[in-house]
Design a protein around this ligand. Structure first.
Ligand code: HEC
Ligand code: HEC
Ligand code: HEC
Ligand code: HEC
Length: 406
């Protein structure tokens, strides 16, 4: 029996949501400079309605004629994801005509919702593999100090005391909070401070959780509150050292610009990897290592995660160069006055980046036809190029003054 890809995809997403601990909409407070973030739940529906799911799977559920968008890293910002859709548009259009699927059109906030859904796919943890975790528990020497089940040392607390339903992020917070004492005892034992790569932290935590002797009342897990997280980021002093797409470098890396891949828990694991160095800098700055309570770490990373969606700010001047370099000006005119294509200066000025990209996407089939006439090839755009281009289209074009003087 063939499973219906559409239902299967919905189920997969639900699973992802459950693994992460929530089925509630991920309304992550799009406010202030978090604006522009669409509604990922609406985006999830669109992914099905607009037929994306007929070709693309999300973590194994859905079509197989195109990359699995839950497994492939398709981008870590709005610009990166939109640029990837744009650059792959010719290949997609060809497949769509082969399958007789109409080129999807988007209205209102639909494109923004869809992209935020794709962005959030990475936010969820895939369930870690406890067997891998067991191996890591030995390899990373955790077993020398921590008891899980029958095995393990007693220098540190027994980890099977930790309840089963502890979320991966709560474990990451526990690890972080106990960092100062733990790192001292690790160094005393002549061991290296453990580092986590890829999904290792998830696997380790899955192992620890699978041995939890206690279960507590299931606790409602929200995806984290970005607005609260912004305050945590201030209160715990992170903002003192870490800019987020800042104009000036900070003591620590710019958390918008560094490579931070994977789910929130993996990002928390990455923070742990930098523990020794961060600790050193904090001590020098006369700070004690911040401690996290309750959902603070979750909120914090929800904030960082969503702030990263904004991506690198664009630059209108550079955008003009992209507009010309990529051949947009051949059809739309050097100043967007219009030639073969419409006069963009009457259309895109003041529009949001989401709306401009949506208009580009909607018109892509016609643009594609005209390309053939002009002997041009489809412009490939990188994330930063798209950011600059959108900035130019929104702010760099001069609308023609209305002759009636309005
Ligand atoms: C008819 C099949 C089909 C449909 C429908 C379709 N796609 Fe695609 N998509 C493809 C193919 C094939 C590729 C790879 C194209 C290439 O590499 O040139 C692709 C590539 C992509 C990529 C880039 C992946 C990468 O490798 O980085 C993204 C993102 C994407 N599609 C999103 C979407 C979204 C969102 C929708 C729904 C609006 C959608 N696609 C609908 C077939 C399809
Ligand atoms: C050399 C000994 C040592 C090693 C190796 C070690 N730990 Fe620890 N760990 C400790 C000590 C000591 C504490 C308690 C620190 C404190 O009292 O604040 C601790 C605390 C913890 C906690 C917090 C427990 C709680 O009750 O909240 C976690 C989680 C943890 N360790 C996980 C790990 C993992 C995972 C590894 C392997 C990657 C590891 N530890 C390796 C000594 C060690
Ligand atoms: C006193 C300055 C300082 C403070 C405060 C600070 N950090 Fe850091 N942070 C650093 C430095 C320096 C590094 C780079 C360490 C290294 O190179 O190993 C770093 C690294 C990181 C990384 C890893 C970056 C990467 O390249 O992978 C993350 C994530 C991070 N910090 C998050 C935080 C968060 C969240 C807070 C607040 C709870 C915080 N930091 C507070 C200085 C600081
Ligand atoms: C080969 C000619 C051609 C090229 C090159 C081209 N366009 Fe277009 N563009 C068109 C045509 C024709 C339309 C109108 C399509 C339609 O009516 O469906 C259009 C429509 C648009 C729209 C939608 C306007 C509206 O009415 O909402 C935007 C935005 C746009 N193009 C931006 C760009 C950008 C940015 C580039 C460069 C990456 C570009 N175009 C390259 C021909 C082109």
């Amino acid at each position: 029996m063939k499973t219906d890809p559409i239902n299967a995809a919905c189920v997969a997403l639900l699973f992802a949501a459950i693994a992460f601990g929530t089925c509630t909409p991920l309304h992550a407070a799009p406010q202030g400079d978090l604006g522009g973030f669409g509604d990922p739940i609406a985006g999830q529906r669109l992914f099905v309605q607009k037929n994306c799911v007929r070709c693309h799977a999300v973590r194994g559920a859905g079509g197989t004629s195109a990359p699995d968008l839950g497994r492939k890293n398709i981008g870590t910002s709005f610009h990166a994801i939109a640029a990837s859709m744009w650059s792959h548009s010719p290949g997609m259009t060809a497949k769509m005509s082969e399958y007789r699927i109409p080129h999807p059109q988007f209205a209102d906030d639909e494109f923004a919702d869809l992209v935020s859904f794709l962005y959030f796919l990475n936010y969820f943890d895939e369930p870690g593999d406890p067997r891998e975790g067991k191996v890591l528990f030995t390899e990373k020497h955790c077993v020398r100090c921590h008891k899980v089940g029958q095995e393990g040392g007693t220098t540190g607390p027994a980890l099977d005391d930790i309840p089963r339903d502890t979320s991966p992020l709560q474990l990451a917070a526990a690890l972080w909070n106990h960092g100062p004492a733990m790192v001292d005892s690790i160094k005393e034992a002549g061991l290296e401070v453990p580092q986590f790569a890829g999904s290792q932290s998830l696997d380790l935590f899955a192992f620890v959780r699978s041995h939890g002797r206690r279960t507590t009342a299931p606790r409602f897990q929200s995806p984290g509150d970005a607005a609260k997280g912004e305050l945590v980021f201030e209160d715990k002093g992170c903002s003192m050292c870490h800019p987020l797409f800042g104009d000036e470098p900070g003591t620590g890396p710019d958390l918008g610009r560094i490579e931070l891949r994977g789910t929130v828990t993996q990002i928390a694991g990455q923070m742990w990897n930098h523990w020794p160095e961060m600790h050193r800098v904090m001590k020098r700055a006369g700070m004690s290592v911040p401690q996290f309570q309750d959902d603070e770490l979750k909120d914090l990373f929800a904030y960082v995660y969503i702030a990263r969606y904004r991506g690198e700010p664009g630059d209108a001047e550079r955008g003009r160069a992209v507009f010309q370099g990529k051949g947009c000006s051949i059809c739309h005119g050097n100043d967007g006055e219009g030639r073969i294509g419409p006069a963009l200066r009457d259309i895109t000025v003041g529009m949001s980046r989401e709306k401009i990209t949506q208009a580009m996407w909607n018109h892509a089939p016609r643009m594609h036809e005209k390309l053939g006439d002009q002997n041009l090839s489809w412009a490939q755009l990188g994330a930063n190029e798209l950011a600059d281009l959108l900035c130019f289209l929104s702010t760099g074009l001069k609308p023609v003054p209305d002759p009636s003087g309005k």
